[in-house]
Design a protein around this ligand. Structure first.
Ligand code: NDP
Length: 277
């Protein structure tokens, strides 16, 4: 596509006014000297409305759409019915990036690889790493395959509700031989103990400001919280033990960078949006 052609993008969500995606993608457009229009698209919270919004957008010449809460699973269903899904979207059971492939709707998921790219950018070694993820919701599910592809050697998924961690592991092992081979283990959060190379908080507890019940013998070299823009007691806890820590803004930038690259074919440098981190 010619560099002077204006390309249209949206992020679909509910609520959507808070989304930082338009600003992030405009930064990538500057880097690549592409002309883009990227808008927030509110959508009523039902599958029929979502499908109508997506159809109208692509019929109108839209190039790519991001999908955020609460539509990632709905987008997955729509792509499964109408078009195709990337391997990462299939395992995640969720889609955050929509595009047209051979005229058909195609769903991808860049959240997990966005996290991995940020961890590598921070210089945190993943090859051979022993990793624990706290949380067994959509965010946790989406990062497991990319972390294993990045070379981690052990994985525990810990959750407040242990049965949900167990179910998630069963589903992930059935969905991917790569995950099955690694054989992740499950734990209740308060029972997680010992030393890990990396501990990732993928619970939504940061929204409440509450503290997770962490064992006093639990330690790690590196601690990541997918939340951002708030004071995060989870990070403070491990920082006081001497761990390196990071909040999740770089993951947000990372997933956006990958979406932009898939849509436009242009390469971007997400680290330029992260200041001195
Ligand atoms: P879900 O609602 O799917 O899952 C929430 C998880 O948090 C569950 O495992 C739940 O446990 C756990 N949880 C909620 N409250 C508590 C609590 N008080 N104590 C212990 N555990 C709790 O959310 P998502 O997986 O979609 O998102 C999780 C987080 O990741 C959110 O904060 C989100 O903002 C962030 N995120 C960040 C991204 C980024 O780009 N930086 C991308 C995607 C997500 P249980 O099963 O027991 O209910």
């Amino acid at each position: 596509m010619s560099q002077s052609t204006l390309q249209h993008f949206i992020v679909i969500g509910n609520p959507i006014a808070h989304s930082k995606s338009p600003e992030i993608h405009q930064q990538f457009a500057k880097q690549t000297q592409l002309q883009i229009e990227y808008n927030r698209q509110y959508c009523p919270d039902d599958a029929a409305s979502f499908s109508a919004v997506v159809e109208a957008f692509f019929n109108g010449g839209g190039v790519g759409a991001n999908v955020t809460v609460p539509f990632k699973q709905v987008a997955y269903q729509l792509c499964a019915e109408q078009g195709g899904l990337s391997a990462h979207a299939q395992v995640a059971g969720a889609v955050n990036t929509l595009l047209l492939k051979d005229g058909k709707l195609f769903g991808d998921n860049t959240d997990g690889q966005g996290l991995v790219n940020h961890l590598l950018q921070l210089g945190w070694p993943l090859q051979g790493a022993k990793v624990a993820i706290l949380g067994a919701g959509g965010a946790s599910r989406g990062v497991v395959l990319p972390l294993i592809e990045a070379g981690i050697s052990e994985l525990t998924i810990a959750n407040r509700t242990l049965s949900k961690a167990e179910d998630l592991i069963d589903q992930l092992r059935a969905a991917s031989p790569v995950i099955d081979n690694l054989a992740p283990t499950s734990s209740a959060i308060e029972a997680l103990t010992g030393h890990y190379d990396v501990i990732i908080n993928a619970t939504s507890i940061g929204l409440s400001g509450d503290k997770l019940p962490l064992d006093s013998e639990l330690s790690c070299h590196y601690t990541y919280d997918m939340m951002y823009g708030k004071e995060l007691p989870f990070l403070t806890h491990f920082q006081q033990q001497g761990a390196q820590v990071s909040e999740g803004y770089g993951m947000l930038i990372g997933q956006a960078a990958l979406s932009f690259e898939k849509w436009t074919g242009a390469s971007v440098d997400p680290s330029l949006l992260l200041g001195s981190q």
